[in-house]
Structure formats: C-alpha cells, structure tokens
Design a protein around this ligand. Sequence first.
Ligand code: DOR
Ligand code: ZN
Length: 352
Amino acid sequence: MKSLTITQPDDWHLHLRDGAALADVLPHTARTFARAIIMPNLKPPVTTVALASAYRQRILDAMDAAMRAGKLATGTRFEPLMTLYLTDNTSADEIAKARDSGFVHAVKYYPAGATTNSDAGVSSLERAFPALEAMEKHDLPLLIHGEVTDPRTDLFDRERLFVESQLQTIVSRFPGLRVVAEHITTREAAQFVEQARPGVAATITVHHLLYNRGAIFQGGIRPHFYCLPVLKREEHRLALVAAATSGSPKFFLGTDSAPHPRDLKEHACGCAGVFSAPAALELYAEVFDYEGKIYFLEGFSSHHGADFYRLPRNTAKVTLVKEAWTLPAEFSFGGGTVVPLRAGEQVGWRMA
Ligand code: DOR
Ligand code: ZN
C-alpha cells in the first residue's frame, strides 16, 4: 500500500509544556491530531479545575497565535482534553467539579518521585482511595504512570512490579473505574491489560514500539532515547508491537511526546523524555506497515481511544503516503532548541 486515508487521529497522552515552549511545540501536534489528552505535570502541577481551565485557555491562545504567525493553517482545529494531577489531598469535591467542567477528561496518577515533576504526586496508593472512589462514582478515568518508586528496585523492573503490586489492586478494588495504563513498556503490562476487565486500557508510545534499550547505548550514550518508563529489552518491544497491531480496542495511540531543551538532555544528569510529536503518526505508520498491519492503524490511532473516553470519533480524514523524507535535526523550543525522535534521519511515511 502506497497511501492510506484514515479518520483524523487523537493523541491520548501528550506533554505540551507551558509559556514560550508551549507555543513552539503545539503546532507539531495540532497539524496532525484533532485532540490530545494534556498531561498536568507542569510547575506547579495542574491540581485543580481552576488551574486546568487557565492552562486550557493558554493552549487555545497559543493555537490562535500559531495560526496568526503562519505556523499552522488558518482554521486548524485542536481540542485540548485536560487532566488533573492527583495528589494525596485531591478531594472528592474537586473530582465532582472536574466531571461537571466538561473539559477535564481524566485524572493522572504519578507515584511521587516516579518521573519529571512528580514530587507532588501520590505518596502511597491508599492516600488516593477517596479520590479514586469519587472518580469511580463520577465516571472520570484514571491515567496511571505505572512504576514503583522504591530506589532499591531495578529501574528496568519498576513497571512489572507496579503491575503486580498496585495496578491489580486499583482495577479490582474499584471495579467501575475506567483505567488507562499509560505508555506501557513491558510484556507483563500488555498481558495484564489484555486480560483485564472491560474499562481497562493502555496507551503505547511510538518510541517503545520502534526501539529497545539498546538504542540508549548504541555506540555511546544517547540521551535523546532516555525516557520514563525507560526502553526495555527486545522481547518487551515485540510484545508491545503485537498488542498495538492486534486490533484490540484496549490499546490506543499516546505519544508521550515530552520535549526538553537540548542542553538539559545532553547533560551530566539529562532529563527524561522523547520528543516524538513532529513525526508521530508517520512513525506509527512505519511500525504498522512493517508488521503488515497497516489496516489496523486507524483503529489504534483514531477509534479505540475516542471510544474508551466516550467521545465522538473525528469526522475529518488525513492521508499518509509511503514516501521517505528527512526530519530536521532540531526545532525551536522556548528560546532554545529541542531534538526530535529521528532527528536528521529518514521517516518512511509522510502526511499528504
Ligand atoms: O520520559 C518522560 N518524560 N516520562 C514521563 O513520565 C514524564 C515526561 C516528561 O514530562 O518529561
Ligand atoms: Zn507522559
């Protein structure tokens, strides 16, 4: 197949950042995706409906500015689907307010210390039970960064241990709660989700589909491949590819595109995050095509997530063409630059 027309996709896990950086990264996503679930791990984190409302307005203002500046085609529509950042103190009242807002679509659980700006996250799962109960009652999905944080555990085991110790508990203790295991990276997480009750799903990033942990050390240390959860062994990548390309509605597209300035990635203690937005859908197409499953790309990128979130599927279409192009080596990012996934290298598919 040389060209593919599908329903316009959505990105069910995205970091847009804020301020000048927001203005620079938003167009990369909005040129392709109709909607995105916006991660709340700002400084300070988006812990209330009021903060989510203000952040949403900054994103919409950045859309207008990008169109005025010619960085996006006039009339481009992009809907930010906001999330709240769960803390030990998130009240049932705030959850009810979130549900009533109409623009908050989920709540994100970061175990405190698990990743970038997660210090204000949940210090122990039990502390979050009142909020989870309220989310179950109000039918607001829980999005989970699934890694244990005990520093004695091996970095590469943290997701598997989380599945055993916490994910299982959440899913059985709150049987009506809709749950997304975000950016899964292991065979164990994929299997858990596949076998779990209805209302349990997972997002899968394109970098975890394309690369295993060898990419971080290919001929030297490669900080732009460092993210959390960290890339895993090849057997796990293969399990993720099988899940994503299986056609199962439990798996859908979430890039976890997470830009950091070049100098903070190429650093003695580099930040975690892969900036995949500039060619995200094109790279997912590479994966599905390579597997001979390109006909399942539309479900994964444009149907399963909308159905899970109980939102209408998009009506617009996008066309992908199987033609190689070279991605720029870097892009502007809030006064500095950011290096995208596949920087300066070829991408096998392009948007028509
Ligand atoms: O690699 C990551 N970067 N993983 C996360 O969980 C957070 C993200 C970020 O915000 O930079
Ligand atoms: Zn993320």
